[in-house]
Ligand binder design. Structure first.
Ligand code: SF4
Length: 333
């Protein structure tokens, strides 16, 4: 199976429930950032994220309120570095008790002290290990030597201990496709439960370089589509077609909402827009129709998984061919 059965069921149940309620827009994933503190200062990361003070983190109760308010079945813990969140064991247990699937996005540097022997493996907990390339590239991006090896060691140990583990990688215009395939091979050797590949958000090049950048992303994803059937890549076939420029999709920014120490971020995880204190203000005041249209200059160059995977699934479900392709993809690997 591409994803564990329970995970796929939870998504399907949520989708059916929302459709029965007549909801056209609804969140499936909450990107929850309990803190901005990080133990790395990666190239391209904002200063706020890697220097955020631990004292400014959200309380567990505040996190649970955001989770309950938005109702998404999948909680993507990010930040900052979630393993630095002192209340991580309580947070994860509370989410599991609520029936949520927890994707803990981590650089893996603290797995040995903050996760192993502290947070037990669960079919509802996925460790999403960030690797933006093989050793040389990843250590360069992370601005520190040894990060890649430590992450690989963490993946090996996590698998031995029975955790669900995936590799999470971003493809930028500078990324070599051969390196993406090398990562997929490594994922197989380490017996990970999948590799999530997404095009990076190249916001800085929107004004001058948008088409060139977009073409470069398309080219890379065309090559990735060719080797994708050999590996357990956790992006749907329709999403990979979209990333390769073979079809177009509207954005669904409401499908992956973002709650941070500053509040609900509107319109999406990627744009530094407006923060709202309450779920109601965020949901009712964001002009979803506008952001779906991708007319904004900040959106022109965006092909992010968080904005478009929901639309890719919806698109697949519109035709018998698409449904069959999605079903075959889901049960393969
Ligand atoms: S296209 Fe990208 S940047 Fe624009 S709203 Fe969607 S996810 Fe955000």
């Amino acid at each position: 199976m591409r994803y564990p059965l329970g995970f796929m069921n939870a998504q399907m149940k949520h989708r059916t429930k929302m459709q029965k309620l007549g909801q056209k827009r609804y969140p499936t994933v909450l990107m929850l950032e309990p803190l901005y503190t990080c133990n790395l200062a990666c190239i391209g990361c904002s200063v706020e994220r890697h220097t955020g003070k631990l004292a400014d983190r959200m309380s567990v109760e505040t996190c649970f309120k955001a989770v309950d308010d938005c109702g998404a079945p999948i909680i993507n813990l990010c930040g900052g570095e979630p393993t630095l969140y002192p209340e991580l064991p309580q947070l994860i247990q509370g989410l599991i008790d609520r029936g949520k699937y927890v994707l803990c996005c981590t650089n893996a540097l603290k797995l040995d002290t903050k996760v192993f022997d502290v947070i037990p493996p669960s079919p509802q907990l996925f460790l999403m290990i960030h690797l933006d390339g093989m050793k040389q590239t990843h250590d360069f991006v992370c601005n520190r030597q040894g990060v890649f090896e430590k992450a690989v060691e963490g993946i090996r140990e996590a698998k031995k201990r029975g955790y669900v583990v995936m590799i999470n990688t971003t493809v930028y215009k500078e990324t070599k496709v051969e390196e993406v395939e090398a990562l997929c091979k490594l994922g197989m050797e380490l017996k990970t439960d999948g590799v999530l590949i997404s095009p990076g958000y190249e916001y800085e090049s929107v004004e001058k370089n948008v088409f060139l950048t977009r073409d470069q992303i398309h080219e890379k994803f065309k090559a990735i589509r060719e080797f994708a059937p050999k590996y357990k890549i956790n992006a749907t076939p329709t999403f990979l077609q979209f990333a390769a420029g073979m079809l177009d999709l509207p954005c669904a920014p409401w499908s992956t909402v973002n709650y941070t120490p500053h509040g609900w971020k509107s319109p999406c995880y990627l744009i530094d827009g407006v923060f709202y204190d309450t779920w109601e203000e965020f949901w009712n005041n964001t002009n979803w129709e506008y952001w779906e249209s991708r007319l904004d200059s900040k959106c022109r160059n965006c092909k992010m998984h968080s904005g478009f995977e929901h639309s890719a699934v919806e698109k697949a479900m519109q035709s018998l061919k698409g449904k069959l392709e999605l079903a075959a993809w889901s049960i393969s690997k």
